[in-house]
Design a protein around this ligand. Sequence first.
Ligand SMILES: [Zn+2]
Length: 246
Amino acid sequence: MMNDDQLLRYSRQIMLPQFDIAGQDKLLAANVLIIGAGGLGCPVAMYLGAAGVGSLTIVDDDQIDLSNLQRQIAHTTRDLGKEKVISLTETIHLINPDIHINAITTRLDEEALATQVQLADVLVDCTDNFPSRSLLNTLSVRYGKPLVSGAAIGFNGQVSVFNLTADSPCYACLYSDIDEQQLSCSESGVLAPLTGVIGSLQATEVIKIISGIGQPLSGRLLAYDGLTMDMHTLNLTKDPECDVCN
Ligand SMILES: [Zn+2]
């Protein structure tokens, strides 16, 4: 049962007829695993914390550098040198002190990450490198946990939901042939609000999956172009030859 403060804090969501008190109760009971506390991880975790996802587990072993502040909006100039996960946790707790946050400031090996995946209801990929994305996808398939994936480079971003059901495509169905030469924004640049757009879309998908409303981007990839403001979805199919999900 929510108390009066919670009913007021979440009132603008609860008054959405599709969402209602049942949706808010589901968010409060959920645990979301967020890998990465940078450009995508900041808006994802801040919105999920503000929206009332009861438990967030956030993993990142990096510290805040001056070049991060242009887009990693949970961190401030005062936080330079601090662990990103600690700074992000402090920001979320300023917004919503009721959220339980498991802040992990070390790089998890496969076994430790598998433990966190099993404890989570939804996984959110906010990393910027292919090996981490692949490992998270593999564990998502293995333990049957939906994976909300986002990427943002330059002026372009994309969002998709993998492994929502057993017959959903997985990340490797699309990207099994890409190797580590894929660019990340440390090499290629990114416009400040792009990560906010893509992170906000990822947070929307997480809330929809937990509360069971709408149509998540399962079997679809949303592509966003910030220069033209074109946004469209492409249909994805499961690769029968995929060596991760078959
Ligand atoms: Zn696959």
